[in-house]
Write a protein that binds this ligand. Structure first.
Ligand SMILES: NC(=O)c1ccc[n+]([C@@H]2O[C@H](COP(=O)([O-])OP(=O)(O)OC[C@H]3O[C@@H](n4cnc5c(N)ncnc54)[C@H](O)[C@@H]3O)[C@@H](O)[C@H]2O)c1
Length: 240
């Protein structure tokens, strides 16, 4: 059984720990706050019980939970096959965490950050081996959301990037491969652009907020993808 160390047991970290355990990984869920760990585990238990009662998972909640242990420090980093950091969104904090992870984990272990906005490349620079750092950008609530962006930093190796894609797939999620480390990655940039346009249309008196949402729900939800519309040019796919 492979070991995943999840750093940060808040909203995202606890969700990530849950899907990893549901997928058969042994999980070390680490947080500096014991209160956050207790809250994280009780949230996971609640969520697993809901899934189980609706027959969305076959394994019992107790059995999934038995694969999660909580940690107050990084002692278990030496046993990690994967690390996913989901601590506070503050660059200095994350850099300190990755300096420690770089020192404490085996050299072959991929180090992933779930940051939403801090450049992967900048975090990677504090480590001695920036090739093994990548972004795994989960969407919340993690147990419900199907997508994970796999983000390549400027120095992430092709091998680690591909391992990221396989790892995300092993969690039953769909990887979106992001080949460049740019602010907001891909999905949040698209959401932000669409949101700005909606706000402009409403403030210009063109449409009501209710009709915008109605249109989005009825039209966009069934769409197979913007770039598959016949008016769009055919793109040359990126390799990898
Ligand atoms: N909330 C979202 O919808 C969302 C979506 C995608 C990505 N993210 C990213 O995920 C990360 C976590 O977000 P969240 O919403 O779960 O935050 P959160 O505030 O719920 O949880 C953060 C946790 O990190 C812990 N922490 C702080 N310093 C730590 C350290 N040094 N070591 C270990 N744990 C530490 C805190 O105690 C807290 O429990 C952020 O980088 C955020 O940008 C959030």
């Amino acid at each position: 059984m492979e070991n995943v160390l999840v750093v940060g047991a808040g909203f995202m970290g606890s969700g990530i720990a849950q899907v990893c355990a549901q997928s058969g990984y042994r999980v070390y869920l680490m947080d500096v706050s014991r209160q956050a760990l207790a809250k994280g585990v009780s949230g996971i238990k609640w969520s697993l019980e809901k899934f189980y009662s609706k027959s969305l998972i076959e394994e019992s909640p107790q059995s999934v939970l038995a694969r999660i242990t909580t940690e107050n420090d990084l002692t278990k980093a030496s046993m990690a096959d994967w690390v996913i950091e989901a601590a506070l969104e503050q660059e200095d904090f994350k850099k300190e965490i990755f300096k420690d992870l770089d020192r404490l984990t085996p050299a072959h272990t991929p180090l992933a950050t779930n940051t939403s906005s801090i450049p992967i490349t900048r975090i990677a620079r504090v480590t001695g081996n920036p090739e093994r750092l990548l972004g795994l950008h989960f969407f919340g609530p993690v147990p419900f959301m199907g997508l994970v962006e796999v983000v390549k930093g400027a120095q992430t190796s092709a091998e680690i990037f591909q391992r990221g894609v396989r790892f995300v797939t092993s969690l039953g999620k769909t990887p979106v491969k992001v080949h460049k480390d740019l602010p907001g990655f891909v999905m949040n940039r698209i959401f932000s652009a669409a949101f700005r346009e909606c706000v402009d249309l409403v403030s210009d008196g063109v449409v009501t907020p209710q009709d915008v949402d109605l249109g989005m729900r009825l039209d966009m939800a069934g769409m197979s993808g913007l770039l598959r519309l016949p008016i769009m040019p055919v793109w040359t796919p990126l390799s990898g």
